[in-house]
Design a protein around this ligand. Sequence first.
Ligand code: TRP
Length: 431
Amino acid sequence: MTTRVLTGITTSGTPHLGNYVGAIRPAVAASHTAGVESFYFLADYHALIKVQEPSRVQRSTLEIAATWLACGLEPDKVWFYRQSDIPEIPELTWLLTCVAGKGILNRAHAYKAAVDKNRAEGEDEDAGITAGLFMYPVLMAADILMFKAAKVPVGRDQIQHIEMARDFGQRFNHLLGQDHFVLPEAVIEESVATLPGLDGRKMSKSYDNTIPLFAPRGELKKLIASIVTDSKMPGEPKEPEGSHVFQLYQAFASAEETQRMREAFAEGIGWGDAKQQLFERIDAEVAPSREKYEALIARPVEIEAILRDGAQRLRAKYAIPFMAELRHAVGLRDLSQQSAAVRDKSAEKAALPQFKQYREKDGRFYFKLLDSQGELLIQSNGFDSPKDAGQLIAVLKQVERADGMETPEITLLVSADDVLAALQRIREAEA
Ligand code: TRP
């Protein structure tokens, strides 16, 4: 059994060192693990929620795709695709929208934070908030549930979204009485460092304090030189704990290198020298991928082809057949296939066959079983008393209750013996 691991990257910015250490590097390493079927995708529909600049969405999609490929993701070994190339994802989003509790979405952090901000500013609660932001967790649930992913590596800020995906999936399964969806679990990589940015806060696009992963050497050097430090002079011992330069160094260095840097701090290495070493260490790790990245980004036609090919294979193998199953499950069905509609639970009840008891001119007692269209299913022989006929009907009704009269064996029976023989066959089949 392989485990399906899936993660998405919103295409709203340029990959930075924090993305690399926190997500890209561990994900590429994990993609080489045996027994794992990996799904990595560019969440460009999600990008539209926050970016209203088309050229930026396009540029970011290209950069992120090139980054993952340059860092060693192998598109013939993992599923690598773009969300908007899979039309079944927005289709599934709608099915999930119809089971998702609005109250649950009200509690989503990103939406709540926007509402709280409006309140604090004395604005209307929902001022400037799009339905896209509100629905964000449903789209994300569709990303995950579509491919029956069991594990979803994400940052802490995304745990709530995975829980919502579980909730929507579970509701859907429950409502339709079948386990269509696998309920996903978040995977939080505890050992992976959260990198500080240039100003010491978490490296993040929203703080505008990032170091782009593939900044050219000169720019990388300049940015590293601008990391904030305390004002200790060269020769003064420095505290590695709490130093952003040290934390960044540690994320790229081996244990021995880190130990040597720790000693250098104690011995009073100057900030200029420490930053030079940090620059060299990072550059040594990223330079080979940077070269690949630059070559890839110069050939967008190839990246486009890789993404389309991934999506096309993935749709054929999973998304199209699964969506067909789900459409059928909710009742979006081919009308020419009526039998399925008739077998539907409510229809079944209305269409239950009926027993009719009556007396013929010969003075004997009879019964017959008619289906909902009045067609004869069972015709009894004559009985001496209505009680005898009634007893046999009682037996038949038990069978009816046991299997809802879906007994193709009983079509037209003419005698009590035939009925009893049929009952016998049914009992044997059930045993
Ligand atoms: N919302 C995620 C983020 O901003 C990106 C994302 C979209 C995602 N769909 C996903 C992550 C599905 C994991 C699984 O980080």
